[in-house]
Write a protein that binds this ligand. Structure first.
Ligand SMILES: NC(=O)C1=CN([C@@H]2O[C@H](COP(=O)(O)OP(=O)(O)OC[C@H]3O[C@@H](n4cnc5c(N)ncnc54)[C@H](OP(=O)(O)O)[C@@H]3O)[C@@H](O)[C@H]2O)C=CC1
Ligand SMILES: O=C(CO)COP(=O)(O)O
Length: 303
């Protein structure tokens, strides 16, 4: 029976603990408020899943570095964010800290509330080490959770990370009641923007057409269960970002991701028109209506 240790007892960590238990793994769920110590649940673990938000990744890596993690332990990262200081993804941070361990990215259209209700979903386990990805596939696949594998961890991770920026835009679109045509245009233009960034950072374009890219874009941009969508919706309804985040009482990674993405785009000269309007909106430079107008009035070009 595999031993699975989840780090982070938030919405997604809790759902992943339940999903892991369904398939018969022995599951430990650890969070900073746990009464047991981290070492006791790391020792002997076959798989350690990091389910903390971006702001907790550095501290979690440091905690594990202080312990003896076996090189045979697979590290799975499910965080959908970018590090503001280095612009690196969580899997890059984990790989850098643990060069001898296999790192697997688990990402897809996986709204935790639906999964906790037992509704069916699919996802992707991605790694340079395909055997490790397949091990995670076996541990997590069940009658309600179908896991695919691929060998593009960066593309898989960036799909789940970048779609949060567009989920904010989609929330604005729905909050302003712009209609189905506008929403379709937004989501369709979001995909090449994600691919442009992903390919420049070293991912494969085709990964973004799969579950972790287009799949997660559709789920998150169409669901009020998404916290990032709710950020955009709230802004369109005239609430301040501060008030929205206070009411959410949960993680909306898209806010930080937008800021880091614009840094990256500026450094590398990547064209990200939709993300740039989301950035200006989040930073109080424009109104939601002005953001829409700016996109409509861009220089005309071929599709
Ligand atoms: N909810 C969802 O539907 C999905 C979420 N994700 C991603 O998973 C990640 C976690 O999201 P979610 O569980 O929903 O968020 P929550 O807001 O529910 O939980 C936040 C988690 O991050 C941890 N955390 C926050 N700050 C720190 C810190 N400074 N040090 C250590 N740990 C910290 C918390 O740890 P602790 O438990 O110790 O308090 C908690 O586990 C995000 O990147 C999100 O994008 C991915 C797929 C689906
Ligand atoms: O990533 C998610 C679903 O795949 C969760 O989206 P939110 O973080 O916007 O709630």
């Amino acid at each position: 029976m595999p031993i699975l240790t989840i780090l982070g007892g938030g919405a997604w960590g809790s759902a992943l603990a339940n999903l892991g238990g369904k398939k018969g793994s022995r599951v430990n769920l650890w969070s900073r408020s746990s009464s047991f110590n981290l070492e006791s649940v790391i020792t002997g673990a076959d798989v350690v899943v990091s389910a903390v938000s971006m702001k907790g990744v550095g501290a979690t890596v440091d905690r594990l570095l202080a312990l003896e993690l076996s090189p045979g332990t697979i590290i799975v990262t499910v965080t959908k964010g970018l590090d503001p200081a280095s612009t690196r993804t969580p899997s890059q941070i984990w790989q850098n800290a643990f060069p001898n361990n296999s790192i697997v990215v688990l990402s897809g259209p996986n709204l935790s509330e639906e999964i906790q209700q037992g509704l069916p979903a699919a996802t992707v386990a991605a790694s340079w080490d395909l055997a490790a990805a397949k091990q995670v596939q076996n541990i997590y696949s069940s009658d309600i959770f179908r896991v695919y594998v691929n060998e593009d961890p960066l593309g898989t991770e960036l799909g789940g990370t970048l779609k949060n920026v567009f989920a904010i835009a989609a929330g604005v679109c729905d909050g302003l009641q712009l209609g189905t045509n506008a929403k379709s245009a937004l989501l369709t233009r979001a995909l090449p923007e994600m691919i442009r960034v992903g390919v420049r950072l070293g991912s494969r374009a085709e990964t973004f057409y799969g579950l972790s890219g287009l799949g997660d874009l559709l789920a998150t941009c169409n669901s009020p269960l998404s916290r990032n969508y709710r950020v955009g919706f709230g802004l369109a309804k005239g609430k301040s970002l501060e008030q929205i985040l206070q009411e959410l009482q949960s993680t909306a990674e898209g806010v930080n991701t937008t800021n880091v993405l614009i840094d990256l785009a500026n450094q590398r000269g990547i064209e990200v028109p939709v993300s740039r309007q989301v950035y200006r909106l989040l930073n109080g430079e424009i109104t939601p209506e002005h953001a829409v107008l700016s996109l409509m009035e861009r220089t005309l070009k071929p599709e």
